[in-house]
Structures are given as structure tokens and as C-alpha cells.
Ligand binder design. Structure first.
Ligand SMILES: Nc1ncnc2c1ncn2[C@@H]1O[C@H](COP(=O)(O)OP(=O)(O)O)[C@@H](O)[C@H]1O
Ligand SMILES: [Mg+2]
Length: 358
């Protein structure tokens, strides 16, 4: 049984530079999968290999059980929205949407029907005769989307579809794209470097780094159970303690403190990291008792930052390891008054403690 869309060890080499290595991923029909990673990690190259704009140098791609690795781009039935808007500025909205259909030599009346249907989907029928510059940024983005969907693609590719929009509009359009994708059931592969965008839109995430896949999983899997330090740091913020896995759900910090850890995939190892999220911590009096299921370490306050909905404490452990605690801001007077230098105990639950390779 192969999946709807199947990347089998795809790779891309430019001269001696390996931009993408051993990329394997199975996508089911109707899924929205996001490729996420820092700039230059190979996201766009991977999309372009699927679209047929860049030939793969290794591996194979199957779509609907058919090998498309060496098919020319126009025979792949892939709709793509490029980084930025990339609408033709001198063409009207409907001419822009018709473009891909004309390229595919579809007959005139049929083109008219498909353009109308695509524009209706993104609710822009009334603006069919306008030029791109007579539309807002969000509307232009919807035209680009309509153009990609008009060809009834087997898969829709979105490369940083929201990067040209301001922050407020980005939230709106991302909800809209997700809604449209669910309604149409279009299998979609999206590229982004924005964690929030990926977490809020995708069924599954593929975290990439330097041309390689670090982890594949649902948003909560990747956030709650990162497999290594790169993913833990890239998806939100994490604290890391260096030490050793003592076996049996115990971790020994370098400073000799024994902590509990959720049973990770790590066997007893001389060198490991224990990670925990700043927002899963609490600060207690230095001499507070520790409840069962909780870890506790003595710490001293380095500085306090007021962030509006949250407050952040930067703390130093006795061995000078720094950790961060982020607490909800419960209102004036409710904040612990902790001056720099104050002694506290930072506490977090064993179940929020994750063991990672060092
Ligand atoms: N045509 C090319 N020739 C040489 N190197 C390229 C070419 N296109 C992309 N690269 C390199 O491949 C790497 C991945 O690029 P890209 O896929 O665009 O990254 P991303 O989309 O994740 O930011 C980058 O280091 C980039 O400089
Ligand atoms: Mg890119």
C-alpha cells in the first residue's frame, strides 16, 4: 500500500552542495502537511522538486500510485502558490486565474466556468475585472490561491503563502486558507518558517534542518515530544539541563541533583539533556515542600521581564546554568515580588520533563 503522495528518499544536489538529503514522507489524500524550518533548510527546493521545477538528483516521488519523478512540470497536475504574490500585474483577476488553464490548452467556455468556480471559492467574483493593484494584500493572496486551485490540482503547494501580509491579516488569511482546504479536501503541502502558522494550520508538521528531516508529527506531538534539541528549541522555547540518564525515569544533573523524567526513548546514557518548557514551571519559596510528581531545583533570580499577558523570570541554578520561567500574569499584586538575587525554587512536573540526546 503506497500513500497518495509518497516521497522516497528524495535529494537535491547543486554542484557539491547537498540542499536536500534523503527526504522521505508519506501524505494521505486530504491532508495539510507543513514543511517547517529555518531559512535555507531546503523547504522551497523540496516543493519545487514535487512541482517539477527542479529535477531531483536522488530518490523518487509517487503521486496517486504513479511515478512522477521525471515528468515535466505541466504534466504533474500540481497547483502552486509562490512566495510573495507573483500575480501578473497587467492582467485582471480573471485573466490571472485563467492563465494556468490556458497553459493547459483547455477550451474557452470550459475556462470561463472554471475561473468562475475558482473565484467563487475565494469569494472574489465581484472583483473579476480588477487589476491586482486594485485589491488588498489579502485579496491578492486569494487570487493566487484561486489560480492554483482552478486547474483542479491533485496537490496544492503553498510556499510561504502569508509572508507578504502584515501580522493582523496573516491571522485572518491563515484561517481562511485552512477552511478552504478542508472544504475542498485538497491535499496540500505548505512551506513556512513560522511556527505558529504551522501549528495552527497543519494536520502534520515536518521539521527540517540543513536539508534533512528532524521530525514528523502532529502539532502536539512535535511540541510535546520533540525528539532532539533542535526541534525543542525551534518549536517554542525550552530549558535544557545537562547530565546523565540514570535509568528508571531518573536523571542526574551535572551538579548531582536527581530529577524525575517522563520515560523517554533514551536508554541509560552518560550524556543527555533534560528539557522542560518555561510555561510549564512555577516559582515557589526556596524552602517550599515539593509535591509528588514534581521536580524542584534551587535557583536565584537574575531578571524579571513584564510581557503583558505573561511575565518571565530568568533564573540561575547554583552551577550557573540559566533557565527561564514564564508565568501567566494574574494581575497587579498577584506577581511574586522577586528582586534580582532572590532565592527561589523552580518547580515543574516530571511528566513535562523530556530526555533528549546530548
Ligand atoms: N539554484 C540554486 N543553486 C545553488 N544553490 C541553491 C539553489 N537554490 C537553492 N539553493 C540553496 O539550497 C539551500 C536550500 O534553499 P531553499 O530550498 O530555497 O531553502 P528554504 O526554502 O528552506 O529557505 C540554500 O542553501 C540555498 O542557498
Ligand atoms: Mg523558501
Amino acid at each position: 500500500m503506497t500513500s497518495y503522495l509518497d516521497f522516497q528518499g528524495i535529494g537535491k544536489r547543486y554542484g557539491s552542495f547537498q540542499a536536500v538529503s534523503d527526504f522521505s514522507l508519506q501524505i494521505e489524500e486530504g491532508e495539510l502537511v507543513a514543511l517547517l524550518g529555518p531559512s535555507g533548510c531546503g523547504k522551497t527546493t523540496t516543493l519545487r522538486m514535487l512541482a517539477g521545477f527542479v529535477p531531483a538528483t536522488e530518490g523518487a516521488i509517487q503521486l496517486s500510485g504513479k511515478d512522477i519523478t521525471h515528468l515535466p512540470s505541466f504534466r504533474r497536475n500540481v497547483g502552486m502558490v509562490f512566495q510573495g504574490y507573483a500575480l501578473f500585474p497587467h492582467m485582471t483577476v480573471e485573466q490571472n486565474v485563467a492563465f494556468g488553464l490556458e497553459m493547459r490548452k483547455i477550451e474557452g467556455a470550459e475556462i470561463g466556468r472554471k475561473v468562475e468556480k475558482a473565484l467563487a471559492r475565494v469569494r472574489l467574483n465581484q472583483h473579476a475585472k480588477r487589476l491586482p493593484r486594485e485589491l488588498s494584500g489579502g485579496q491578492q493572496q486569494r487570487v493566487a490561491l484561486a489560480r492554483a486551485m482552478a486547474i483542479d490540482p491533485a496537490v496544492l503547494l503553498l510556499d510561504e503563502p502569508l509572508s507578504a501580509l502584515d501580522a493582523r491579516l496573516r491571522h485572518e488569511v491563515r484561517a481562511e486558507i485552512r477552511q478552504l482546504q478542508k472544504e475542498s479536501g485538497l491535499t496540500t503541502l505548505m512551506v513556512t518558517h513560522d511556527q505558529d502558522e504551522a501549528l495552527s494550520m497543519a494536520d502534520r508538521l515536518v521539521i527540517m534542518n540543513q536539508g534533512r528531516i528532524e521530525q514528523i508529527g502532529s502539532p502536539s506531538e512535535v511540541y510535546e515530544r520533540p525528539v532532539n534539541r533542535f526541534v525543542a528549541e525551534f518549536m517554542g522555547k525550552s530549558n535544557f539541563l545537562q547530565g546523565a540518564v540514570a535509568g528508571d525515569g531518573r536523571f542526574m544533573t551535572r551538579a548531582g541533583e536527581s530529577l524525575g523524567a517522563a520515560s523517554g526513548a533514551l536508554a541509560a546514557a552518560a550524556c543527555a539533556l533534560l528539557s522542560f518548557r518555561p510555561e510549564r514551571t512555577r516559582l515557589c519559596a526556596a524552602d517550599a515542600t515539593v509535591a509528588g510528581g514534581w521536580n524542584s531545583l534551587a535557583a536565584r533570580v537574575l531578571r524579571f521581564s513584564y510581557l503583558g499577558p505573561f511575565v518571565e523570570y530568568r533564573l540561575a541554578l547554583p552551577d550557573e546554568t540559566e533557565v527561564t520561567a514564564v508565568l501567566p500574569n494574574a494581575g497587579e499584586g498577584a506577581l511574586p515580588e522577586l528582586a534580582a538575587g532572590a532565592a527561589v525554587s523552580v518547580q515543574w512536573q516530571v511528566r513535562d520533563s523530556r530526555l533528549l540526546p546530548s
